[in-house]
Write a protein that binds this ligand. Structure first.
Ligand SMILES: [Mg+2]
Length: 177
C-alpha cells in the first residue's frame, strides 16, 4: 500500500466552497454523466423543509446540458422528502452512507457506472468515503451551516479533524522513508 492510498479513500478528488462553485464543464470533460448530491449541509440547511430555488435552477441547468442529477441522503426527514418527491430528480433517503448499497441503487436508477458519476457532499466519512470505495469522482464542499448539524455529524467532524492530522503525520513519515 502506497503512502497516497493509505488514507486516500477519505479524501476527495477535489474541493469546492459550494455546489455553485463546482466546475461542471470539467466534470463533463472527464466523462462524468451523472452528478449525485448529498442533501443536508450540501444543498439544504439541516432542518430545511424544501430546496432553495437556486438549487433547483442549478439542477435544471445541469440536466439541460445532459447531466443526470440524483440526491443521496442519510436523512429520514419526511417533510423535505415530501418536497423532493415532486421534483424530477431521483432521490434516495435513509441511504446509510458510506454503505455501498445506497450508492449502487442510485447509480442503477441513473443508469450510469460508478466511473461515470460524481458525488458531491460535505462529509468525508459518509459522502466521500462511500463514493471513493466505488471509484466515483468525489467533490467535497464546505457545509452550508456547520452550526446546525445532526448530533452524529458533529462527532464525524471531530473525526475529520483527526483524519486531517493523521494525514499530515503520515505524509511526514512517508517523506522520511
Ligand atoms: Mg451532508
Amino acid at each position: 500500500m502506497t503512502c497516497s492510498s493509505f488514507l486516500g479513500r477519505f479524501f476527495p478528488d477535489e474541493r469546492a466552497a459550494t455546489v455553485e462553485d463546482v466546475n461542471y464543464d470539467k466534470l463533463v470533460n472527464l466523462g462524468i454523466k451523472a452528478v449525485i448530491f448529498d442533501l443536508d449541509n450540501t444543498i439544504a440547511k439541516w432542518g430545511d423543509d424544501s430546496l432553495a430555488e437556486e438549487i433547483i435552477e442549478l439542477f435544471e441547468r445541469l440536466t439541460s446540458r445532459g447531466l443526470k442529477v440524483g440526491i443521496l441522503s442519510n436523512s429520514r426527514r419526511e417533510t423535505i422528502e415530501d418536497f423532493i418527491i415532486d421534483l424530477p430528480f431521483p432521490h434516495l433517503f435513509n441511504a446509510n452512507k458510506p454503505s455501498l448499497k445506497g450508492f449502487r441503487s442510485m447509480l442503477a436508477e441513473l443508469n450510469v457506472s460508478p466511473e461515470e458519476a460524481a458525488m458531491i457532499g460535505d462529509q468525508l466519512f459518509t459522502d466521500v468515503l462511500g463514493a471513493n470505495r466505488l471509484d466515483m469522482y468525489t467533490i467535497r464542499v464546505e457545509p452550508i451551516d456547520p452550526e446546525r448539524e445532526y448530533r452524529f455529524t458533529k462527532v464525524n467532524r471531530i473525526g475529520e479533524k483527526v483524519l486531517l492530522f493523521l494525514r499530515e503525520v503520515y505524509r511526514s513519515l512517508c517523506r522520511l522513508k
